[in-house]
Design a protein. Structure first.
Length: 89
């Protein structure tokens, strides 16, 4: 099992290239954080707050995201692993 960071405050942080493999980030506050190239795999993100966070790519199939909060347009990063094409007309 990875890091246990339940209810941690990681807001306004630069979290570039952080490895959250199998971490428990339940109810974490990640608002306004830069998550460029952060690795989320088998990560528990239940009720985590990603509002105004950016540069993340999270696969909702390999991670537990129920109840997590995201903003558009950054939430498009949740679809990256699904192999679909999103067109903005």
């Amino acid at each position: 099992m990875g890091m246990k960071l339940k209810k941690s405050i990681l807001s306004n942080c630069i979290l570039k290239e952080v490895d959250f493999y199998q971490a428990d980030l339940t109810e974490c506050d990640l608002r306004f954080s830069d998550l460029q190239e952060a690795r989320f795999q088998e990560t528990i993100l239940k009720k985590a707050n990603f509002q105004q966070a950016f540069n993340y790519q999270i696969d909702p199939i390999t991670n537990k995201v129920r109840g997590a909060r995201f903003n558009l347009p950054e939430a498009i990063g949740l679809l990256t692993g699904l192999g679909i094409i999103i067109v903005d007309n």
